[in-house]
Design a protein around this ligand. Structure first.
Ligand code: FAD
Length: 286
């Protein structure tokens, strides 16, 4: 199979997708697409030996059953500009290759993140790590933005002052705030990128990193639409149940009348319908 070119994906290359106030995501390069997943899964078959509908069914089967290695055959390289506090969360994803802008070699640009007025919200009572939808009084929002602008400017002015005085860049930078933007090249395979997206598209992830994940999800959907659809169906929108939850559901399932035809009429493939009936039977017998 020749090097894959997806026309819509090629059109995205080098386009800058703005995120937050000064950030962006740019798809620098990609290798492979849905076809590469199918090719890897079928190893010995060439392209074109199967119909598109069968390729789709194969990709969905692989995703459903967590046969992950074929998804590692597709690679994405992004150029991202992001605030340092977002980068600190992002870098925890260890399966990527990263090259970051160096504040030791180069002078940091004076770009800092200030949250949008509508994103300044109260601490959530339910999610200890996150914010709620509840509004903060306008005066507090204004004070925050004012404080951020002034302290960022002060920190950057002092930074420049010490740079101009000949201080080593690696020292002059150490009191710059986490709201400062950095940049990196980030390369990752599709399997690990989907893992990143599952965690960072989730409502528990910080809103700022979620904004990046949303842009990247659209890019992945363009490069490998079938794999992304399968990811949405079997991972992003899917739910797992714990042992105790299944035990609690067991009684409720005894009277549930559901047959294969009705499941197929609701959009499941015949195979998926069979798999769901098997799962329900397993719960009943547990
Ligand atoms: C909503 C949210 C809140 C979070 N809060 C916190 C927090 O409060 N404090 C904090 O410290 N972190 C926090 N994290 C980070 C989190 O604990 C993970 O470090 C991060 O999500 C990366 O996940 P990962 O390790 O699965 O991903 P990756 O590093 O991309 O790894 C992918 C998978 O590869 C495997 N893997 C990779 N490296 C190794 C290894 N060395 N050994 C074994 N297996 C490996 C694992 O199976 C792993 O799941 C948070 C993450 C999220 C999404």
């Amino acid at each position: 199979m020749a090097h894959s070119h997806i026309q819509q994906a090629d059109e995205l290359l080098d386009k800058q997708f703005d995120v937050l106030d000064h950030g962006f995501v740019r798809l620098v390069d990609y290798m492979g697409s849905d076809a590469a997943i199918v090719q890897a899964a079928r190893v010995s078959y060439g392209e074109g030996t199967k119909k598109v509908s069968e390729d789709r069914a194969l990709i969905r089967y692989l995703m459903r059953n967590r046969h992950t290695s074929p998804f590692e055959m597709v690679e994405f390289k992004f150029h991202v500009r992001l605030p340092i506090f977002v980068a600190r969360q992002w870098i925890r994803h260890r399966t990527a290759n990263v090259n970051e802008y160096s504040g030791r070699y180069s002078v940091m640009k004076g770009e800092f993140y200030i949250p949008d007025d509508q994103d300044i919200r109260r601490q959530s009572d339910v999610n200890k790590q996150g914010r709620s939808d509840k509004e903060v009084p306008e005066a507090t929002r204004r004070r925050l933005v004012d404080y951020l602008s002034r302290s960022q400017k002060e920190a950057y002015d002092r930074y420049n002052e010490f740079i101009e005085a000949g201080l080593a860049r690696e020292l002059a930078r150490i009191s710059l705030p986490l709201s400062l933007y950095t940049e990196w090249y980030w390369k990752i395979d599709l399997h690990n990128l989907l893992h990143f997206l599952r965690l960072r598209l989730d409502s528990h992830a910080q809103l700022e990193i979620r904004r990046y994940a949303e842009v990247m999800a659209d890019i992945v959907r363009t490069v490998c639409p079938i794999a992304y659809e399968a990811f949405e169906d079997y991972s992003l929108k899917a739910l797992g149940f714990s042992g105790p939850e299944l035990a609690a559901l067991k009684d409720a399932l005894v009277d549930l009348k559901i047959d294969k035809e009705s499941l197929v009429s609701r959009g499941l493939s015949s195979r998926e319908a069979g798999e769901l009936l098997d799962k329900l039977e397993k719960i009943r017998r547990s």
